[in-house]
Design a protein around this ligand. Structure first.
Ligand code: HEC
Length: 147
């Protein structure tokens, strides 16, 4: 009788162990797909190094930082800033190139200067962030008229 109880207990124990192992296997299988998703998701999040501009915010900044020379609608002010809405030069630049241009400006003595008037870096607002410059570029794109 005692032997039977021991046997029975052993059988139950081994069944429990098997079940436990089976359960563990399932648990071990589950994580890898999650881990695989992370490496693919991470580069995607890191990949767009270019800043995405917010045209609405860019318009607000434009109306304080650029308006004096380029006018409220970007159509330019005689003798100060150029018309940005019809500028072919603007149309030819990539967003990255326009961001670089606005950050640098264009000196009056720059060979590319067409008016003899200087375009100040960031319109003369050195505290302007890269994000704000990108927002302005998005705004400039939104007011640019395609020929
Ligand atoms: C003090 C006046 C002044 C301010 C402020 C100013 N600009 Fe200009 N900007 C100019 C002048 C002058 C030029 C033309 C330079 C030239 O003759 O090539 C110019 C040219 C440009 C051009 C190139 C246009 C082309 O067809 O070559 C862009 C783009 C531009 N400005 C954007 C901006 C933005 C955006 C701001 C605000 C952050 C700004 N500017 C603020 C004076 C100004």
């Amino acid at each position: 009788m005692f032997k039977r109880v021991v046997l029975f207990t052993l059988v139950i124990l081994s069944l429990t162990l098997l079940a436990a192992c089976g359960g563990d296997e399932k648990k071990e299988e589950a994580p890898p797909p999650q881990q695989q998703e992370q490496p693919t998701a991470a580069p995607q999040a890191a990949a767009p190094a270019a800043i995405v501009g917010d045209a609405a915010n860019g318009g607000k900044i434009f109306s304080t930082a650029c308006v004096a020379c380029h006018g409220p609608e970007g159509k330019g002010v005689q003798g100060l800033g150029k018309d940005l809405t019809t500028s072919e030069w603007v149309a030819q630049q990539t967003d990255e190139q326009l961001i670089e241009f606005i950050k640098k400006g264009r000196d009056a003595g720059d060979p590319l200067n067409t008016t003899g008037v200087a375009m100040p870096p960031k319109g003369g607002n050195p505290a302007m962030s890269d994000q704000e410059v990108a927002d302005i570029v998005a705004f400039v794109r939104s007011i640019h008229q395609q020929p």
